[in-house]
Design a protein around this ligand. Structure first.
Ligand SMILES: *Cc1c(COP(=O)(O)O)cnc(C)c1O
Length: 492
């Protein structure tokens, strides 16, 4: 943390006339850039920084060293699956053969289309569904696509009265947002004290106006929803479809299939479960799968293989239309393919099981110091409700140590903080997801530090309440950036 680069912006490093290249004057059959017709030349100067190459290299290298990522340290951010992304995937997705133009005719890009088709089919097998599209750009985009499929399904049957989607109150925030964007209204169903959907609360919500229900399983508390078969039956009986939020499919890999549980539509986040570096806004990929009978509604274009092993792009005329440019974020799909093949069918279930083992190991090791509201086995992640009262976590006491304090103090020890204050079911939620790629040594280090922080909170509360102490910036005002956004560096 000490080697912090307090660099300027690249625009502040700019000096008029500086260049980072040296090229011969381009001549194309007698024309040089200078001889372009006046009407085609830009009339205003570009607003681009003018820098020499070394300045650019130092600037970005130093900036990247300020970053925290899975490659620099443990990143137990619940609901985000920050697993290690093997470098092999990066190498394979940079192969020159994949660097093709998205409009290239299908006969020139047969390999890329075959890869798309094989990822699509492998995901269908993993999920127990009939067919996938890999076109959506992210999890939330997948949700929207899936909800549009649900809408198209009802419209096709002439059933236009279904305007509601049921969403559990523990759901990821993108679920209700996607429901609204897709033009449905959100109906919230409550959770039981153990975090699972309350079937009794669900019953009166079902009726002829329900288009479907979204569920995450294991839910955002890391708890497996045992009543899924009954819930799916109830929703189907009332005429709705079941949507599975499979953003974090990790614990289910090769163990359990959403299709077998009665789900009709789902999305998967390739950038979480199938190992693409993520965070900071992309690029991602949110493939959407459907059960048999809904394939014709998937978005265009679709990759189709004929009997002779020839691939082509086709547009189904009953499809809901196009939801992305071309075939989505193709490089993410290549990484997922590399990941799937390098694990192979025999190791994919191991990834899921290890992620569950790691989460349970941390949970059991820390419940002496942190409040565990839901006892028992979790899946790939779990939630504490802050520090135990004897370690200063009693939130009825005004001077208590909060989950935010613990998260900030973790930064001093070089760990990324877990997800905090989500899900909204507990006052001091602290959500930990270690993933399967961390060694026992790292988990033990984390456990030791978390215990140490608890003891500090008991013995030297003020120090924890004022953490972090060793970071270049201390506590930021979380709200100010939202309430008073500054979009240009000149105002700073
Ligand atoms: C991450 C996540 C999403 C959203 O995925 P994005 O790619 O960030 O849009 C949806 N649901 C759950 C459960 C998630 O963890």
């Amino acid at each position: 943390m000490n080697n912090v680069y307090y660099g300027k912006l690249i625009f502040e490093l700019s000096k008029p006339g500086r260049v980072g290249y040296s090229l011969p004057k381009q001549e194309i059959s007698g024309y040089s850039v200078d001889s372009l017709p006046e009407g085609l030349k830009r009339s205003e100067k570009t607003i681009l920084p003018a820098c020499d190459e070394l300045t650019v290299v130092r600037h970005y290298t130093n900036m990247s060293n300020n970053n925290f990522g899975v490659d620099t340290g443990f990143y137990p951010l619940g609901s985000c699956t920050m697993k290690y992304n093997p470098k092999l995937n990066e190498e394979l997705c940079s192969l020159p053969g994949f660097n093709c133009h998205p409009s290239a005719p299908a006969e020139f890009v047969q390999g890329s289309l075959k890869l798309y088709d094989e990822v699509q089919k492998t995901l269908a097998e993993i999920a127990g569904l009939s067919r996938f599209t890999l076109n959506p750009y992210a999890g939330a985009h997948g949700e929207l696509t899936g909800l549009m499929i649900i809408k198209a399904y009802h419209q096709e049957r002439g059933d236009t009265a279904r305007t509601k989607i049921i969403v559990p109150n523990s759901a990821h925030g993108t679920n209700p947002a996607s429901v609204a964007v897709a033009g449905f209204s959100v109906v919230e169903v409550k959770s039981l004290p153990d975090g699972t959907v309350d079937v009794e609360d669900l019953k009166p919500l079902l009726g002829p106006d329900v288009a479907g229900m979204m569920m995450t399983n294991p839910n955002t508390l890391g708890i497996f929803e045992r009543n899924i078969p009954e819930i799916a039956r109830m929703v189907h009986e009332c005429g709705g479809l079941m949507y599975y939020d499979g953003a974090n499919l990790n614990p289910m890999l090769g163990v359990c299939r959403p299709g077998d549980m009665g789900f009709d539509v789902m999305h998967i986040n390739l950038h979480k479960t199938f190992s693409t570096p993520h965070g900071g806004g992309g690029p991602g990929s949110g493939p959407v799968g459907v059960r048999k009978g809904l394939e014709h509604l998937l978005p265009n274009p679709q990759v189709v293989c004929d009997g002779e092993g020839q691939y082509s792009l086709q547009s189904g005329d009953r499809s809901l239309g196009s939801i992305s440019l071309f075939l989505g974020n193709f490089a993410v799909i290549i990484r997922a393919y590399a990941y799937l093949l390098s694990l192979g069918k025999e190791n994919i279930p191991l990834a899921g099981k290890l992620s569950v083992l790691n989460a349970n190991y941390i949970k059991e090791s820390l419940k002496s110091h942190y409040l565990l509201p839901i006892e028992g086995l979790c899946k790939h992640e779990f939630v504490f409700d802050g520090l135990r009262p004897e370690y200063g976590g009693d939130h009825h006491d005004e001077g208590h140590a909060t989950t935010l304090d613990v998260a900030k103090r973790l930064l001093d020890y070089g760990f990324h903080a877990p997800t905090i204050y989500f899900p909204l079911l507990f006052h001091e939620a602290l959500m930990i997801e270690p993933t399967e790629t961390e060694s026992k040594d790292t988990l033990d280090e984390f456990i030791a530090v978390m215990k140490k922080i608890a003891e500090e909170a008991r013995d030297d509360r003020e120090m924890v309440r004022t953490a972090p102490h060793d970071t270049p910036i201390r506590r930021l005002d979380d709200v100010k950036a939202v309430k008073e956004p500054k979009f240009t560096f000149k105002d700073l």
